[in-house]
Write a protein that binds this ligand. Structure first.
Ligand SMILES: C[S@@+](CC[C@H](N)C(=O)[O-])C[C@H]1O[C@@H](n2cnc3c(N)ncnc32)[C@H](O)[C@@H]1O
Length: 253
């Protein structure tokens, strides 16, 4: 999978991305509350380096943090800024690859990389480059907050699909679900991402495709250590209240 196909995938999905949530605003508020509790009292200078349409960034900005968003998808990044403005929050955004962040060194207290964004990097050198650049833009002692699917479990069970999500909008119900096709290495998988929307008596079906690397916690912990992070910890959903495992770490001096 090339960078441009990941970008095209999210550019094309950006106008509909909120439809994977039953209630996007409620999800934003819930996620910001959980991530904010992990960060402690602020305000913090936050970079969300895979902000998408702003699911975490907008909630954190509304909670009073000074948030900048960036994302590989220019369409998503532009929408994130507009959605923030519509909610009375300030969220400057930029189109940027997390492996080459266009920010000065040591300027953020926190880097967020949430909801499985890291899984789009498919090689060890790409993951290492991204974590090294996240470390670079953090001040000494600054924090990384990264969330990923529970791939330890998913690599054991190798599911062929992810459960459907249903959102209700003015145009009716939209159903989103994914089929997963595991590669022979047992670590990577191709995703077929279906969105079904009502179209009279029929359903209109749109399919988009991308590839992910199912990194285990041990793998990502090693990458984070090698990139200059210390105090690497995993918080499972039962303890954090977030719907995915969350990695927290500190930028070493
Ligand atoms: C599953 S979405 C999550 C977006 C957002 N955090 C949310 O929860 O709504 C994954 C995001 O990662 C972004 N992404 C993928 N590869 C990236 C890269 N190399 N650099 C920056 N962003 C990337 C995609 O464009 C997409 O917006």
């Amino acid at each position: 999978m090339t960078d441009s196909s990941t970008r095209d995938f999210y550019d094309s999905l950006a106008p509909d991305y909120h439809r994977i949530f039953a209630d996007w605003d409620a999800s934003m508020a819930r996620q910001a509350a959980v991530l904010g509790a992990l960060l402690g009292p602020g305000p913090h200078r936050v970079l969300d380096c895979s902000c998408g349409i702003g699911t975490q960034a907008i909630g954190l900005a509304l909670a009073g943090h000074r948030v900048v968003g960036s994302d590989l998808s220019p369409v998503a990044a532009t929408r994130a800024a507009a959605e923030a403005t519509a909610r009375g929050a300030r969220l400057p955004t930029a189109a940027a690859d997390m492996r080459r962040l266009p920010f000065a060194s040591s300027v953020f207290d926190v880097v967020v990389c949430a909801d499985n964004s890291m899984a789009h990097l498919l090689t060890a050198s790409d993951v290492a480059a991204a974590l090294a650049d996240m470390r670079r833009v953090l001040r000494e002692g600054g924090r990384l907050l990264l969330t990923l699917r529970d791939y330890d479990e998913l690599r054991r069970t190798r599911p062929g699909a992810a459960p459907p999500q249903v959102s209700e909008g003015s145009d009716g119900r939209v159903i989103t679900f994914q089929l997963w096709h595991w590669h022979e290495d047992g670590e990577r998988y191709d995703q077929e991402y279906f969105q079904l929307r009502p179209g009279g008596d029929e359903w209109a079906v749109q399919v988009r495709r991308t590839t992910s690397w199912a990194l285990t916690r041990a793998q990502l912990t090693r990458f984070a250590g090698a990139a200059g992070f210390v105090d690497v910890r995993w918080h499972d959903p039962a303890s954090s209240g977030f719907y995915q495992p969350v990695l927290t770490a500190r930028a070493a001096g």
